[in-house]
Design a protein around this ligand. Sequence first.
Ligand code: TYM
Length: 331
Amino acid sequence: MSKIRVFSGTRATGRLHLGNYFGAVKGYIDLQNDPNYECVYMAVDVHTITTPYDHHGLASATKEIIMDYLAAGLDPAKAIITIQSLVPEHVELAFLFSSIISVAKMQHLPTFKDKVKQHPDHVTLALLNYPTLMAADILAYKASVVPAGLDQEPHIEVTREIARRMNDLYGTDFPETKRIATPTQYVPSLTGEGKMSKSVEGSSINLTDDLSVIKKRLASCPTDSGKGDEVPKTGGVANLLNFVEIFQGIERKKAYENDYLNQGLRYGDLKAELAQAIFDYLAPIREKRLELEQNPEYVDQIIREGAEKARTIAAATLAETKRKMGFYGKN
Ligand code: TYM
């Protein structure tokens, strides 16, 4: 039986944070380790240019993602690991897809509206086309499974719509892709509002942060008096307890909840213990990352070899799509 294809990616905006790791990368690792799946994981640098970015730092920010992927446990012997712009077939396929999806549909996506709010002076065609490029990433491999966080659901829905329309109009055989969620598909921000995100200052902890940075981030997480009749279900306190559950287990969380309802919860102690638990949890990732930093050529080789393998698959899909769409060429 042929393997089920998997695709996922992370924008090239620097190092991975806990949201990326728990919302997506842990899912990538589970699937790469399952022999029923054939996985393609990329640093998606072309997506990065859809919002303002530093062109001097793009290449290194892209490589950082690959290094963090490898440090977190992605394995080039089990998955194709590379960089999106090295597989130019994605961009060409995205242009073809853009011919069957309306501008109005793209403008109505919540993710587009959010970005327009964030960057009102940078509402470009590339931004509008973001989901089309994402559909091309996924469908270039005919991937039926995408491990990704909850925030990516609207884009995966567009991917399904594009696949259906292409299949109806041109007789292609693109699958209806499904998102696979990790148990922690939504990691909240440390600011107490919204999701953990690279673009919100102070909202995230990176996989390679040292103890002092982790402590600083947790210190700025908003709390309350530490006592009440009901444990908060949203906001900073709820988020801290959520992290306690992830890194220290459900029993520790229950004990803190009990303190909150009775003698009172001391956030200073909670944050110190939690910072240490996060730091210890991330130790193997930090160590692997340091090893990789000693060997940049090895990382470049993985990227090159991954691109070659990815291109073989993506070029075949592109050629087939163009043929079915009626372009001149070999039949
Ligand atoms: P990006 O770069 O924002 O994030 C990469 C992955 O991390 C997940 N994630 C989170 N999950 C839970 N809680 C959070 N706070 C959190 N923050 C980030 C994201 O859901 C994502 O899975 N559009 C994508 C990149 C992309 C892509 C693709 C993904 C391009 N092409 C094809 C999947 C398939 C993005 O901006 O992810």
